[in-house]
Design a protein around this ligand. Structure first.
Ligand SMILES: [Zn+2]
Length: 664
């Protein structure tokens, strides 16, 4: 019987649409799962959704939606993303499912029976962004470092407390002995640091009267279980814990929990302590990935700088997207998402290195051998050299076991480059001309087998392209790395010709000409009919008026805005905001010091043209997504887009924000 190999992702919190960070984690996990299947393990790959907690509860209320309806909307969005990304998960845990809720209650009772859950009075600062209490040394400048734009809430109530402090020594020993391995190791050092500094008991319940959206505490109607205690349990509840213990004992412990660096503490401290308390074996490895950034800012929901993964997948194709994320975002560090880099790796690595190789060999077979792979006649040492290079499974296993996906990918690419070198040295196209048919036949055969080997190796990164390559060369499918072999006799016929990766043109600077900025004068301010946070601004643009919905009522009184002139993006597609069409956009952002919103201003007459550097705008309409992709930054109180300043013929646009802040 094959060995079970259980790998999980963190479960997605359903209070918004998926962003790049979610895409990165699920692609990494899928790649790992596919590798372990190739290694011959019996893989169980689980992901899921975290569907309780304050954030969801309040967000649903703010959107005038039933909580269930709200959750369902985002659940569907995540499923859509996972389908688009070709994610091969085997199980999906929803924390509102009956199987999960029942098992969480039983898990709770086990911890309680062990004396680890007790009621006591508590007051503290709570970050809704993290869904956790914050002690003073976790704050930076009085705010949560992960959610600097959110206010901390003072909570004072009677809660059940989990006696985390009891587990301090045990946890330290666990990490000393690498009973749980944390990769990268600097994350382990951080955890040991936290364990050594202070380990207070944690509030593990919330008052139902304040926050009803959670799993009820067994035998206590007044409390619901803390969302993290509920969510972490998904790793056991959905694989049989307390519902099918035979299955559970086969699957558990998890071999890998893959998570983001912002939730290491929950997974490396709370979770093992909970398992110890309930006398459940510990998981084996914690892989901690970094953040996807745009120029240093984390891509998350709270900061509002979301970049939509769907957009890039649809534009460039799923395998290019997967390849780029796995290659250019280092597995356990932060990495910047840069669209032009994606285009570069697509053109160089996929279209040139891989696509051309496949197409060249395909063409030899199609043109000179009637579509049938020609036989081997005699093998020379230089051929043996290539055949020997088919095998580097062990190296890949080492990279994957230590969560270095990008290194595994680069190792596969070394092989592809080696094949390209072989083809350039053998010059098969000349052999035909000089009548060396036997040699030509042998080389084409070996190349075809090398390409099949490539198809197997790239399958964890790009499953679709792998399959397409196999179809093109008519090679048999594969299950594991044991199927990598060189055969003396193969009997394959090529399939349909296909361009695997078409070259993509780089984004040119003159794309900036699409954006039409104008001086706009505010001539009327009133509240949005259904929101006291949003103003409806009537903007004079010289020869016409536009309405802009601006969520700035918290920061400005109407008289502060009236008759002022601002930078207005005048050709953005109109968007409906709570029933009112917004026909333009202002530029601004929060001042990190004063926490107030600043808006870009400019002197001039209503309707006067604002230029990006010296570029003349061209007639067009731009989407919000195109605007999101613009890098609009503050520089010396002026505004820079890429390397060009925003200005009229006579004046610069200005904003009272520190350098480097991105405007949107
Ligand atoms: Zn936070």
């Amino acid at each position: 019987m094959k060995k079970k190999f259980y790998i999980t992702t963190a479960i997605a919190y359903l209070n918004g649409n998926p962003h790049m960070g979610h895409a990165l984690e699920i692609i990494q996990a899928d790649c790992l799962a596919r590798f372990y299947r190739l290694f011959g393990e019996d893989v169980i790959f689980q992901t899921g959704s975290d569907e309780h907690g304050v954030k969801i509860y309040t967000a649903a209320k703010n959107n005038n939606m039933e909580v269930k309806e709200f959750i369902e909307k985002y659940y569907q969005a995540f499923i859509k993303l996972y389908n688009k990304l070709n994610i091969s998960y085997d199980r999906f845990c929803r924390t509102t499912s009956e199987i999960h809720e029942n098992a969480v209650k039983k898990f709770w009772i086990k911890m309680k029976q062990n004396g680890d859950l007790e009621k006591s009075e508590y007051s503290g600062l709570y970050c809704i962004g993290c869904e956790s209490f914050k002690v003073s040394n976790e704050l930076e400048n009085g705010v949560c470092p992960f959610h600097p734009n959110r206010e901390l809430i003072e909570v004072r109530e009677e809660n059940y407390f989990f006696k985390l402090s009891r587990y301090k020594e045990k946890l330290l020993k666990i990490y000393e002995n690498d009973e749980i391995q944390i990769i990268p190791s600097r994350r382990k050092s951080e955890i040991i640091g936290i364990l050594n500094s202070q380990l207070e008991d944690v509030s593990f319940s919330r008052l139902k009267s304040k926050m009803p959206w959670g799993i009820p505490v067994p035998d206590d109607d007044e409390h619901v279980i803390y969302v993290w205690a509920d969510a972490l349990a998904n790793y056991i509840t959905n694989v049989g814990y307390e519902s099918n213990m035979e299955e559970f004992n086969q699957i558990w412990p998890a071999d890998i929990h893959l998570i983001g660096k912002d939730i290491t503490k929950f997974h490396a401290i709370y979770w093992p302590a909970m398992l110890l308390s309930a006398k459940i074996p510990l998981f084996k490895k914690l892989f901690v990935h970094g953040f996807v950034t745009i120029e240093g800012a984390k891509i998350g929901k709270s900061l509002g700088n979301i970049i939509d993964p769907f957009y890039f997948i649809d534009l460039y194709g799923v395998d290019t997207f997967r390849f780029y994320m796995l290659k250019n975002i280092p597995s356990y560090d932060d990495g910047a998402f840069i669209e032009n880099d994606l285009i570069t790796v697509h053109n160089e690595n996929l279209a040139n290195d891989l696509g051309n190789l496949v197409l060249r060999v395909y063409s030899f077979i199609e043109r000179d051998f009637n579509g049938k792979i020609p036989p081997i006649k005699a093998i020379k040492p230089e051929d043996e050299e290539l055949i020997k290079n088919f095998h580097f499974e062990k190296e890949l296993r080492e990279y994957i076991d230590s969560f270095q996906i990008n290194k595994a990918l680069n190792r596969v690419w070394d092989f592809i480059k080696f094949i390209n070198k072989y083809i350039n040295e053998m010059k098969p196209w000349e052999l035909l001309k000089s009548g060396q048919i036997d040699r030509y036949s042998t080389i084409v055969n070996i190349l075809t087998q090398a390409i099949r080997t490539v198809a197997i190796y790239i399958s964890p990164f790009m499953p679709n392209s792998s399959r397409e390559i196999l179809e093109m060369i008519g090679a048999p499918n594969f299950n594991t790395f044991n199927d990598i072999k060189f055969e003396e006799n193969i009997n394959w016929n090529i399939g349909k010709r296909k361009i695997l990766f078409k070259k993509i043109e780089k984004i040119q600077t003159n794309q900036l000409q699409l954006f039409d900025f104008k001086v706009g004068k505010v001539i009327n301010v009133e509240y949005h009919p259904s929101s006291s946070e949003i103003y409806l601004l009537t903007i004079d643009l010289g020869n016409n008026y536009k309405t802009i919905c601006a969520k700035i009522a918290k920061y400005y009184k109407p008289q502060d805005l009236l008759n002022k002139t601002f930078v207005v993006l005048s050709n953005i597609k109109s968007r409906e905001i709570k029933g009112v069409l917004s026909e333009g956009m202002l530029l601004g952002n929060i001042d990190p010091k004063s926490q107030t919103l600043k808006i870009a201003e400019i002197k001039g007459n209503p309707g006067e043209q604002i230029y990006i550097g010296d570029l003349e705008p061209i007639k067009s309409e731009v989407s919000a997504k195109q605007v999101d992709k613009l890098k609009i930054k503050v520089y010396d109180k002026k505004i820079k887009i890429q390397d060009k300043f925003l200005k009229t013929k006579t004046d610069f646009a200005t904003i009272d924000l520190p350098d480097g802040i991105q405007l949107s």
